[in-house]
Design a protein around this ligand. Structure first.
Ligand code: KG4
Ligand code: ZN
Length: 338
């Protein structure tokens, strides 16, 4: 079963063909990072306009590399939410048009489900149920994936997403967008114990996250000490990163203990972070039988292959979307609660 995935929820225009929800035949991502960099973050209007320009060339390239003609596909899967409404609309309209023109069934996919299932693109995939931590520019959400199409939200951020904490922190330090990548790189040569940052106590749930206090602490420090250079900048980046990574891994392993789950999956752009990968792998080694599944960085950041994986399963369950499909910018995934 060969499914074309289309993803335009934020600042990546992506298309991919995946076979049987596992094998990547093509995986094309056109990023707008350079376009948004000069504004220090994603500008929604610019994102939509560039999706319009990029989407058909990206789809054509995905089909060409996969060696599949549109009408020979077994399905099309498109991200219809959550995300930027104007950006989502581009993918949704194109997917509906192609589905009609080629006579190929269409499935809508929740972007977060795509992230949670990106691990199935790797050779070894986890058995259900597993814990999935989605950490990106827009989300910090901890889920139990019970089966394909069945997810339970354990906790999410009360304010900034983890990627936002990286991006806003980097902006305060005069580092380029996307900030997570810049901080990750600089932190490698820094001392993570050099600066003490507050650990948030989050009201409203033991598995909820909060990063706005951390960002404010960095702002106060920059106001009083200025932006450091050289080794001191590396130390500050390493300490700030350590605070984010520490909060993420603490909640992740707390959930693993409480729910007695021994399979953990990371996903989303922040899951590409070197220190997060190291800390989670290290802590998992302390628990007998605990397994960590880390998709390669290109499947952690936004891509359409993960959307095709989720769409394949939706189509197999008989789910179909039609011409009435709309973008759903605030689409919540799954049920809520422990
Ligand atoms: O999943 P993604 O590509 O797009 C969203 O759905 O948001 O995630 C982008 C986010 C950005 O905030 C970026 O700073 C962060 O992921 N990111 C990283 C790293 N690479 C990307 N954060 C920390 N370390 C990285 N290496
Ligand atoms: Zn994402």
């Amino acid at each position: 079963m060969r499914v074309l995935g289309i993803e335009t929820s934020c600042d990546e225009t992506a298309a991919a063909v995946v076979e049987d929800g596992r094998r990547v035949l093509s995986d094309v991502v056109s990023t707008q990072i350079e376009i948004h960099r000069r504004w220090g973050g994603v500008v929604p209007e610019l994102a939509s306009r560039n999706h319009v320009v990029q989407v058909m060339p990206v789809v054509d390239e995905a089909l060409r590399v996969a060696g599949v003609a549109g009408p020979d596909l077994d399905g099309i899967a498109v991200t219809s939410g959550p995300g930027l409404v104007g950006a989502l609309l581009v993918g949704v309209q194109v997917a509906k048009a192609l589905s009609l023109a080629w006579g190929v069934p269409l499935a809508r996919v929740n972007h977060l489900e795509g992230h949670l299932l990106a691990t199935f693109l790797s050779e070894e995939a986890p058995a259900f149920p597993y814990l999935g931590l989605v950490v990106s520019g827009g989300h910090t959400s901890l889920y139990v994936a019970e089966d394909f199409g069945r997810y339970r939200l354990l906790g999410q951020t009360r304010d900034d997403a983890a990627g936002e904490a990286f991006d806003k922190g980097a902006k305060l330090l005069g580092l380029p967008y996307p900030g997570g990548v810049a901080i990750d790189r600089l932190a490698r040569g820094g001392n993570s114990q050099a600066v003490k940052f507050p650990r948030a106590v989050v009201k409203g749930g033991p598995l909820a996250f909060s990063f706005s206090g951390l960002k404010t602490a960095l702002l106060h420090r920059v106001r009083s000490h200025g932006v450091p250079v050289g080794q001191e900048l590396a130390d500050l980046c390493a300490s700030y990163q350590e605070a984010i990574v520490g909060a993420l891994s603490a909640k992740l392993f707390r959930a693993a203990r409480e729910l007695q789950l021994d399979r953990v999956v990371l996903s989303g752009g922040v899951a590409a972070n070197g220190r997060l990968r190291e800390v989670v792998t290290g802590r998992a080694a302390e628990y007998e039988g605990m397994r960590v599944f880390l998709p390669p960085p290109r499947h952690c950041t936004d891509n359409a292959a993960m959307i095709a994986v989720a769409g394949t399963r939706a189509l197999q369950r008989g789910e179909r979307a039609g011409p009435a499909l709309e973008a759903d910018p605030a689409w919540r995934l799954g049920s809520v609660g422990c």
